[in-house]
Write a protein that binds this ligand. Sequence first.
Ligand code: KG4
Ligand code: ZN
Length: 336
Amino acid sequence: MRVLGIETSCDETGVAIYDSEQGLLADALYSQVKLHAEYGGVVPELASRDHVRKLLPMIESVLKQADLTTGHIDGIAYTSGPGLIGALMVGACFGRSLAYAWGKPAIGVHHMEGHLLAPMLEDNPPEFPFVALLVSGGHTQLVQVEAIGQYRLLGESLDDAAGEAFDKAAKMLDLDYPGGPHIARLAESGTSGRFTFPRPMVDRPGLDFSFSGLKTFTLNTVAAHALDDGLPDDQTCADIAHAFQEAVVQTLAIKCRRALSETGYKTLVIAGGVSANIRLRDVLVKELARVGGSVFYARHQFCTDNGAMIAYAGCQRLLAGQQDKLAVNVKPRWPM
Ligand code: KG4
Ligand code: ZN
C-alpha cells in the first residue's frame, strides 16, 4: 500500500509518500520559521495561510520525486490533531478531499502517534514492546507501547512540555525560536558545574514531569547576572544554557530509567523534536547500555515535524482496515 502523508499541525508543511513494501519513497518539508520569526512565536492565522499556499505544489513535488502519478496512491493520511485548529483544517481538508476525488481511503492520524512511530522509518527499527519518551514542543509523555494502537500513558508533564521549556529558556537568553537547537549549540561552550539547576520532581514517586519551576529558576539566574543590556555576558549565557540543558536531560533520563524498571522493558524509543538533542541521546544510550538495553530514535529530520511519520502511521492504520468517513474532523486537543 502506497500512502500520501500530510502534516500541517503547526508551522511545518510536511508531505511524504510511504510504501508498505518499499519504504519511504519521497519526502518534502517546508518550515515557516522565517515567517513567524519577527513575532517570537507561531502566529496561527499566518501558519494556516502558508499551508494553503504550499500544500499542492509540495504534493506535486513528492509525486515527481517518486516518479509516480496520482493514480499510484492507494490512500491518504493527514494529521487530524492535536495542533493549531486552522493549520490542522488545511491539511485535513486537502487530504480528505483529494482522497475523495481519487476514490481512495483517507485516515486522520494523531500527531504524537506519528512522532512515536517515526523511528520505524529507520533501517534498524525497534521491536514491540517498548517504552516511548515523547518530547516535543507541546508534549512530554512516557508511554508504554505494546503494539501499534496499544498505548498506555505512564506519565506526562503537569505544566510546560520539555520543548516549550527549551523555547522559553532560549527567549530569556535572547536566542531565536525554536530555541532547542540554539540552547544545545550554546551549551557546548558552557562550563560544566558553574551552575546547578534543579531536577524537578525526581524525588517524588511516579512518572510525571514539571518544567515550570526550572523556567523560573532560569529566569532568576539570568536576572541575577544581567548586565546593562539585560543579558549576562556571553560565557555566563553559555554556562546557563549548559546547566539548563543538563537539568532537562537528567530529569528525563531519571524518569525513563524508572519507566523501564516499572515495565521491565529493555527498549526505549525517544521521539519528537527534543529527541534531536545530542546530549539527551548520549545520556540515554549510555544509561541503556549499562542495563543491556537499547535506545532507538529517528534520523534528525524525522525527530521534528514531518510528513513521513504521518504517511507511515496512516499506512499502518489503513492496512489494519481503518478509515475516516467523508465529514472532516480535526481535534486541536486529543489525548493519544
Ligand atoms: O516535534 P516538534 O517539531 O513539534 C511539536 O510537535 O511540538 O518539536 C519542536 C520542539 C521545539 O520546542 C524545539 O525547541 C525542540 O523541539 N527541539 C529541540 C532540539 N531540536 C528541536 N530541543 C532540544 N534540543 C534540540 N536539538
Ligand atoms: Zn510534533
